[in-house]
Design a protein around this ligand. Sequence first.
Ligand SMILES: *Cc1c(COP(=O)(O)O)cnc(C)c1O
Length: 224
Amino acid sequence: MSKIKENIQIVQEEIEQNLHENERNIRLVAVSKGQNYSAIRSAYEAGQKIFGESYLQEALDKKKFLDDLKIEWHFIGPIQSNKCKLISENFSWVQTVDRIKIANKLNQYKKSERPLNICIQVNISNEDTKSGINVNEVSQFAGLINNLKHLNLRGIMAIPSKTNEKQALISQYQALKDVYEELKNSYGSVDTLSVGMSNDYLLAIQNGANLVRVGTKIFGKRLK
Ligand SMILES: *Cc1c(COP(=O)(O)O)cnc(C)c1O
């Protein structure tokens, strides 16, 4: 068995064993930034269908070699407004929307029948250096996105602050879960709480995440 296939199975099993109450459908996004296209192909052949990329040009370069695969692509990196057209055309999800200008452009360039799935990025640790909007702005921002015809609001995404203090992390997940539940009550399309990476996905799931973004634990060290 390939190492990648083995890793995916391990991650999937661990997810199964750590399900949060009421949450049965956890989606695993394999984060393939810094990995070459053949690693993506191996993961796909092992049954993985959802992949996340953070850098547009890198993603486009690899996508050329993967055209024959039915991959659901998620954009999970910082977004410059001049990249919105290509992001809209090449991804089915964008998880890192935190400015209305970007949302408008993504909406404007979405030409296909299917709307673009959107997560609002939330800055849960309130660090100035981080992307994402503050918790108290989410509700208003969600209303704006919900009005855009070609966007489908699916939920929120966050990168909790790096800390070894488990309790501090848990309180961040819980705050996110509260915001998520509130959104879910307001919008029928909302079904996604995207938190958790290689180092914390189990803890994130235990605290209500239902989409995790795992890179190195599946693919090993990034090439760059
Ligand atoms: C790189 C990245 C990941 C994956 O990180 P790992 O630690 O390799 O699992 C997840 N989410 C985002 C937003 C990333 O940029």
